[in-house]
Design a protein around this ligand. Structure first.
Ligand code: FES
Ligand code: FE2
Length: 407
């Protein structure tokens, strides 16, 4: 995880008691694009984990959850392409004409703010011959396809279809970009890829995305939009996306063994873990002020995991977020965004030292995650066990996944 994790359970309750909300209806148009056939082997793997077994007796999901391409396809269909997904931060689309692009599974998307300030999201695919339309991020007054020049407004309307004289049965209004539902909560941009209704209210989004943890996270200062964005770091990691999440969710178990420098800045015995519908929150106090890391970590840190793949870390003057994006069954990209209290923006030494300390933790975690992936692929391993006093958030995560995948 980014900074630290938890030791002692305080308010853990069985994951089975907290089911995610009902899924939204799936428009048939998008199902045809995302609903690849998933095989019997993936279903057998889902069934191999039993969420009804209490944590103390449970075995972890089998290694196939972390290695099987069909299992990843099932996750993309049932988890990532349904319900709210974090896709970026509001600073990326702060001004009219700002846009950024991304990819999740086989979905290519573009998020943009039109000239009137309205936020939109679309499938980033030209309606002519399917070329990707926008690239990277930046500012544009329209999207012109690099292939044959069809041009779309930032509201998705097809403005110009080039050289179509003589075409029959063609109505430009039918060839706008395919919309995706988008919304913001605090500093985060969220999307639902299987729903194109586009009519969402941000207050409702918080409840749908975070459930009963929404208020608590607001009180922890996680929904603040006042922290300037400092930088983004991206890491390609040779592991299944869940290996990174599991590492985040082990309740601080690995911190004293793997993060010596970080462990000295934390009071690991103060760790506590709470689980909610789709969120788990780990909290930890920092070591006394004489520890050199106190400035970076503050007095108490909050580490929130938002199912399925978004992590929000709030500590001292910092907030950072980690988005674990699956690339294939054994590879993921983790995107770190760093935000900092405005009062420290000019303290370049502090910023550089903090980012360097954080980078060291990431490097240590990457080595752990890549080692775990190789172990998962070994014939020696099939399932493991949970340490019941610390790994309750990880069990909660696996139970949520099982619930989504078997539904
Ligand atoms: S594919 Fe976009 S204009 Fe032809
Ligand atoms: Fe870690």
């Amino acid at each position: 995880m980014a900074m630290a994790q938890s030791l002692a359970p305080s308010t853990y309750s069985a994951a089975r008691a907290a089911r995610p909300k009902a899924r939204r209806a799936v428009p048939s148009r998008i199902v045809a694009r995302t609903g690849a056939a998933t095989g019997e082997s993936a279903r057998r793997l889902v069934a191999a984990f039993d969420p009804a077994i209490p944590l103390a007796s449970a075995v972890t999901p089998p290694s196939g959850w972390y290695t099987d391409p069909e299992f990843l396809q099932l996750e993309l269909d049932r988890v990532f392409l349904r319900g709210w997904q974090a896709v970026g931060h509001v600073g990326q689309v702060k001004n009219p004409n700002d846009f950024f692009t991304g990819r999740l599974g086989n979905v290519e998307f573009v998020i943009c703010r039109d000239a009137n300030g309205e936020l939109h999201a679309f499938h980033n695919v030209c309606r002519h011959h399917a070329s990707l339309l926008a690239c990277g991020s930046g500012q544009k007054t329209c999207f012109q396809c690099p292939y044959h020049g069809w041009t779309y407004g930032l509201d998705g309307i097809l403005l110009k279809a080039t050289r179509i004289s003589g075409i029959k049965n063609f109505n430009k209004n039918d060839f706008g970009l395919i919309p995706i539902t988008v919304a913001t909560w605090g500093p985060f941009v969220l999307a639902i890829f299987d729903d194109s209704s586009q009519n969402t209210v941000n207050d409702v989004v918080g409840d749908e995305w975070l459930g009963s943890a929404s208020d608590l996270l607001s009180r922890s200062g996680i929904d603040t939009t006042s922290l300037p964005h400092i930088c983004r770091r991206e890491y390609i990691i040779e592991c299944n996306w869940k290996v990174f999440c599991d590492n985040y969710l082990d309740g601080g178990y690995h911190v004293p063994y793997a993060h010596g420098a970080l462990a000295s800045g934390l009071q690991l015995q103060s760790y506590e873990t709470s689980t909610y519908e789709r969120v788990s929150i780990q909290r930890c106090e920092s070591a006394p002020a004489e520890q050199e890391d106190i400035d970076r970590l503050g007095t108490k840190a909050t580490y929130a995991f938002v199912y399925p793949n978004f992590m929000i870390n709030r500590y001292g003057p910092w907030m950072d977020t980690n988005l674990a994006v699956p690339l294939d069954a054994t590879r993921c990209k983790v995107v770190f965004d760093y935000f900092l209290d405005e009062s420290l923006l000019e303290d370049h030494n502090f910023v550089d030292r903090s980012l360097k300390d954080s980078e060291q933790v990431q490097m240590e975690d990457i080595a752990l995650c890549e080692g775990v992936q190789r172990g998962l692929e070994s014939p020696a391993y099939s399932v493991g066990r949970y340490a019941p006093s610390v790994e309750m958030a990880m069990h909660h995560f696996h139970c949520l996944l099982h619930d989504n995948l078997s539904g």
